[in-house]
Write a new protein. Structure first.
Length: 396
């Protein structure tokens, strides 16, 4: 059963909202009018009845949320911080107000076994700007399934001398009917029954309980003994907490020293790293300058090679006429565009090839012309007939 919830939302005004169960409310049927007591009650002996709780519901608004701190970091809490009473007014001078309630209401919740319980719920806020460490610890404890315990405080209503009970004050089954909710304290000490403790403040038992002097002294002795035992328990808890705090502080100092050493070493490493980076950057600049110089020399070398190759090409075709060079016009233009990667022989070969083809064509023309000037053979000229036997061979 969730008895304490802390809002995950962090408001800009520093008020961290919470909701908590103040106490359980029992059914009206548990009131035994014959025996004049409640048959269901909490470990403090109180039987809360809904009607009377709702009558006091409005007093939850503006009620203080307090804590008694055991350490300077304000994370370890103890009890209510009571320091006594003055003129019937209870004092909590060892406690600090860490927040306030804004409203209260009756609600129904389920425990871990899905059993429903009627409870009085209080909502409010913790001042996170003043108690950041405590809020962080509460968040951690809630996340680990260890919500804080608490104790609601009730006080006499206005115009009453004390808290009014239905059948008077009795140790078990007493039913408060007229009271106000006056405060709530977060507890660092775990109650024996692991339930929130109820603190009834300034109640008057004189009107509801008749006791003789012996009974009163016995009761006072019992209360004093219980109070002393409680104080001893608190002091023991404080000593244990102080020892734990000292141990934690020692560990904290050791961690801080180690952290400082690491930071110092990190600073040295960073300084060396920055120096290496600066040196590397200088080397990069030197490499860039050398690269630029190489590119300039490469361009100059390329221009020199191009001029040299152009000179070689011009020398190779110097003996040819302009007309002959026309045979390799495209090759010459390509060579001039890229003299380093072009071939001179291909230009010369192309010129010679053009010259050879021209010579062959001219020779053919001359041959045709010569043939045209020679006397052609007369196919109709006289034919000499040889008469071997000079005989008439006419068969007719």
């Amino acid at each position: 059963m969730k008895t304490f919830e802390l809002s995950e939302r962090k408001n800009k005004n520093g008020r961290r909202k919470f909701k908590m169960v103040l106490h359980e409310i029992y059914p009206d049927s548990c009131v035994n009018d014959v025996e004049q007591k409640g048959e269901q009650y909490n470990t403090n002996g109180i039987t809360w009845i809904r009607q009377y709780c709702e009558n006091a519901e409005e007093t939850i608004k503006d009620m203080s949320l307090r804590a008694e701190f055991l350490d300077d970091d304000k994370t370890e809490i103890c009890g209510h911080g009571e320091t006594g009473q003055i003129d019937g007014l209870p004092l909590f001078e060892d406690a600090e107000v860490i927040g306030h309630f804004t409203n209260g209401y009756v609600d129904t919740i389920k425990d871990d076994d899905e059993v429903e319980h009627t409870v009085m719920v209080g909502e409010g806020y913790i001042d996170e700007m003043c108690y950041k460490n405590l809020v962080d610890k509460l968040e951690s404890d809630i996340a680990n399934g260890e919500p804080p315990f608490g104790s609601v405080e009730i006080y006499r209503a206005e115009n009453n001398d004390g808290i009014v009970y239905k059948y008077g004050y009795i140790p078990q089954g007493r039913i408060p009917t007229e009271f106000i909710y006056s405060g709530y304290a977060l507890l660092g000490v775990t109650p024996a029954d692991r339930q929130a403790k109820i603190l009834e403040l300034n109640e008057s038992k004189e009107d509801v309980c008749e006791m003789n002097e012996t009974e009163i002294m016995a009761l006072v002795t019992k209360v004093v003994e219980e109070h002393d035992a409680h104080i001893n328990e608190i002091n023991k808890c404080k000593e244990e907490c102080a020892a734990q705090v000292a141990e934690v502080n020692a560990e904290k100092e050791a961690v801080i020293a180690e952290k400082n050493e690491i930071q110092a070493n990190s600073a040295k490493i960073q300084e060396a790293l920055d120096g290496a980076r600066a040196e590397l950057e200088q080397k990069y600049q030197e490499i860039d300058a050398l690269h630029e110089e190489i590119c300039t020399l490469r361009d100059a070398l390329g221009e020199a090679k191009a001029k040299e190759r152009l000179g070689e090409m011009n020398a190779a075709i110097a003996n040819f006429t302009d007309e002959e060079r026309e045979y390799a016009k495209d090759e010459i233009a390509a060579f001039e565009a890229d003299p380093v990667n072009s071939e001179i022989n291909s230009i010369v070969d192309k010129i010679w090839k053009g010259i050879g083809m021209k010579s062959k064509a001219e020779a053919a023309i001359i041959s045709e012309q010569n043939d045209a000037h020679e006397t052609p053979e007369d196919i109709f000229s006289g034919v000499e007939i040889v008469d071997n036997d000079k005989e008439d061979t006419n068969i007719f």
